[in-house]
Design a protein around this ligand. Sequence first.
Ligand code: DQQ
Length: 469
Amino acid sequence: MAGAQQRPRYHFLPPANWMNDPNGLIQWEDTFHLFYQYNPAGAYHRHIHWGHATSHDLIHWQHQPIALSPTPGGADADGCWSGCAVNDHGTPTLIYTGFRLPEVQQPCLAVSHDGLQTWQKWPEPIIAAPPPELDLLGFRDHTVWQEQGVWHMLIGSGIRGQGGTVLLYRSPDLRHWEYAGPLLIGDAGQFDPVWTGLLWECPDFFALGDQQVLVCSAWDRRPYYTIAMIGAYRDGRFVPHTTHKLDYGDAHFYAPQTMPIRDGRRIMFAWSMEGRSEESIVAAGWAGVMTLPREVKIADDGQIVTLPVNEVQQLRQDEIVIPSTRVMPHDIHWLPVHGAQLEVELILRPPRHGTCTVMLRASPDGSEATVLRYNSRTATLTLDRRRSSLAGDVWRDAHHAPLTLHNDEPLVLRIFLDASLIEVFANERRSITSRIYPTRPDSTGIAICADEAAVDLLAGRVWEMAGIW
Ligand code: DQQ
């Protein structure tokens, strides 16, 4: 499978090699900094460094020299794993996980005195070992904030036999930390409404309006998905009252991190992992892409939703307006557009009891098509990848998002296609982020299909999207 054809053009990724989690997101003066888990040696996860890029608009990025590299013999000898950036009274400071084989994980710290370009590591890990009384599955990934003059840090973990957990620490100076107990222990046996995994990676914790939100990536021998918990935070404990998937594309939306920016928005990036075999990843020479920058919001139904920032609109080129029409049962209505880098906006009225389907990246004969289907009987939006690619080595499972349309509410879709990446936003309250690998050069079409009952296309607009490099 050709690597170049699958490479996104308007989403962030390094020039080559392996990328995973976004790290150290921070707005410093007029510049946004995005660090990321990076292997400069190839398109596989090993000996992880921190890559670095900067932007003035969250959309266009400049690659910067590598920020952190493993120090031979040091606490991070086998990897500088995920972490965050804070402003320590004017000094940019990174807190990250030093990783040593076979599986030692220790919190580490580095500071910059030249405007976030080069970093000096604190000579020792800032916490020597996890609390000895806990039987933990991991001790990694950091979010740090200040509360009444005291630094607070969460570390992702899991308590064997219990479930994912985040451990709370406090410090006067970012270098000396005291364990303050678990902020929250999950219950991995609990499937209702969502299974929360054995280990929580990459915790993020913030207030949004009058709600407190904990975001964690649920792991059990492999990444599963990202969960958002909404609840109350008091005396170092968090009590969630709602838990849901943050994005319904499962492992393709993982390890997100947020930053508050000066205009009041909270911006999130997530890592979208590949969904193809290691052989084709290594052959392509690159792996991993960031989602669009998204603003974190509370949707009208109370779930946390992440929506593309308005700055994304600057990438729109030549708008094509799609006339409204009624698609009769069993008809396929092709839109007058083609492309692999598109933003698509569709307002549809699905049948009251039935399904309506949008085929994306579809070949004229339909042998390749990614199928987005809304079923009003089950109130579910499905992204079906069974026919997304003729390649033999790609992930084909479907993603399902619960979505109830109220009364006469139409289905409002905003879809971003960028080579192998697809991001679907529905009614500003659900998102599905995934990876597709169409192989045919003519798999560029979009069609609306009515199944047993007619579907009204009320309005539509499509834009070709400009590249960001
Ligand atoms: N990726 C990092 C870990 C983190 C995981 C290692 C999540 O710190 O737990 O690259 O994708």
